[in-house]
Design a protein around this ligand. Structure first.
Ligand SMILES: NC(=O)c1ccc[n+]([C@@H]2O[C@H](COP(=O)([O-])OP(=O)(O)OC[C@H]3O[C@@H](n4cnc5c(N)ncnc54)[C@H](O)[C@@H]3O)[C@@H](O)[C@H]2O)c1
Length: 460
């Protein structure tokens, strides 16, 4: 499909990923029909608004209104397009596997419409599923409800996206590569033609079997989480080494072309809706298949221990009942998502331990408020959060926190302790009068570190 050919796509599920995909595709000239079971999402898109919060989404939907239409009606979407992308939830269950309940419903709806469709149609599953789910569970649903044959009457692909919340549109339009799991060549060819049209960066497709693509998706996320944990482990070591500095060490590791610098910054572990669960899911399916996946279980346990160890680290810097400000409530900057967020964890634990806790986040205040209830005061102005704080904890690398001046951190007080998990404001705050700056991941007591190291060498 070249730029002049008509590109009619349907997007099933207008959530955090689907809505941005729809807008991104429309921005590249595709005609997009979106389906959702949530009438508010449908109305929002048809009124030119973003159904969810994501960087640039509202503007992109507004700018491409003539090419985006939303509906509750599957028939309108499937009959009006050549290819359907399914991006509905696949929540984790108690064992770490992904539920196919929502995807099964969506596939059944698509199949029923396909039974009345004359032309060829490709169904692309974008939702994250476990290896085997597409062919074993979902393909039979399509064949049963449509009364047609995959490979003859319709095509099927599994093709997940690699995006980060907060930069979904940018990532979607500029992927490193397209992961294309194809039932057959014809299905993959049609998907590849859409990808070529949509990508701004001429990203290439890596085409393979559906099962290999299902594994590759969660394996990539699992690998990235290992890298994150490795950096956090080194961060702990640096804190105890004279002159230790995780950023110096990470920069060195990153210069090795076998390793690379991305996702190697010591911080606060991995959270959010994808990394933790993809890591567990890989372990689940791997063990079911007889592989030793203990490395993934260890990674999950290590990641959870970071929060507990953070509390222990913080204890030394707090006085009983002090006013504590937590900056960063989402699991990462530029996101409203608080799932597995360190900021929320800290707020909870500190409030339960008798501290007066205030929280602030540029995007996640609303969800934080409804989760934390009355035990933590969430404020909408960052200055209100800092005014009377005796201890400030920075949990995410948000540009807004970086832009603050030392006086902002001091608030009304003559002195303040700032604990910075990402060393975000070290240049501004280190050595500033009245500010005790605590960069997690760096040694802040060289004398104690020298003594401890000398003791190890003396005994060993
Ligand atoms: N959010 C991410 O960062 C991300 C990244 C990569 C992969 N994924 C995967 O993408 C999938 C979707 O994730 P999300 O974060 O966009 O979910 P989400 O919960 O934000 O959105 C899902 C949308 O699907 C709609 N929906 C549910 N059932 C439906 C149905 N039968 N028909 C039509 N619409 C339906 C919901 O109303 C909602 O709008 C998941 O499998 C997830 O693992 C998400």
């Amino acid at each position: 499909m070249n730029q002049t050919e008509v590109c009619n796509v349907s997007i099933i599920g207008m959530g955090k990923l689907g809505a941005s995909m729809a807008a991104g595709m429309a921005s590249r000239g595709c005609n997009v029909i979106c389906v959702d079971v949530d009438r508010r999402a449908v109305d929002a898109v048809n009124d030119g608004h973003a159904p969810i919060q994501e960087t640039g989404l509202e503007e992109m939907i507004r700018a491409n209104r003539e090419r985006i239409h939303a509906t509750l009606n599957y028939a309108e979407a499937v009959l009006g397009s050549d290819i359907s992308f399914v991006i509905v939830p696949t929540p984790s269950d108690e064992y770490g596997a992904f539920s196919t309940a929502y995807v099964s419903k969506a596939f059944a709806e698509i199949g029923r419409v396909l039974s009345n469709k004359a032309g060829y149609h490709v169904v692309v599953l974008t939702s994250t599923v476990l290896p085997g789910a597409t062919r074993q569970i979902l393909l039979p649903i399509l064949e049963r409800t449509s009364g047609k044959r995959c490979g003859t009457d319709f095509g099927l692909c599994y093709s997940p996206e690699f995006i980060a919340l907060g930069t979904v549109i940018r990532d979607f339009l500029n992927p490193d590569f397209y992961l294309v799991g194809e039932y057959d060549k014809r299905s993959g060819d049609l998907l590849e033609s859409v990808n070529r049209r949509v990508a701004l960066n001429q990203a290439r497709s890596k085409r393979m079997s559906i099962e290999n693509a299902e594994l590759a998706k969660i394996a990539i996320n699992g690998y990235v989480t290992l890298k994150i944990s490795y950096a956090n482990m080194l961060s702990d070591i640096c804190e105890k080494l004279p002159g230790g500095d995780i950023d110096v060490v990470s920069d060195a590791l990153g210069m090795d072309s076998r390793i690379g610098r991305k996702y190697l910054t010591g911080g606060f572990g991995f959270g959010g809706p994808c990394f933790p669960r993809d890591n567990l899911a890989l372990g689940f399916i791997g063990e079911k298949l007889g592989a030793d996946c203990s490395i993934l279980r260890a990674n999950d346990a290590f990641n959870h221990s970071i929060s507990q160890r953070a509390i222990t680290k913080l204890e030394g810097f707090f006085g009983k009942g002090q006013n504590v400000a937590v900056l960063g409530l989402a699991y990462k900057p530029q996101s409203h998502v608080i799932e597995e967020s360190p900021g929320i964890f800290l707020c909870r634990v500190l409030a339960d331990s008798g501290y007066r806790v205030m929280g602030y986040d540029p995007l996640a205040n609303e969800s934080a408020r409804s989760t934390l209830g009355e035990r933590v005061l969430i404020v909408d102005e960052i200055q209100d959060c800092l005014r009377d704080a005796e201890v400030v904890i920075i949990t995410t690398q948000d540009a807004k926190f970086e832009a603050l001046m030392p006086e902002d951190y001091l608030g009304n007080n003559g002195s303040v302790t700032v604990v910075d998990f990402w060393r975000l404001v070290s240049k501004k705050l280190e050595g500033y009068p009245g500010i005790r700056y605590v960069p997690i991941g760096r040694c802040i007591d060289d004398d104690a570190a020298v003594t401890a190291l000398a003791r190890i060498w003396a005994t060993d």
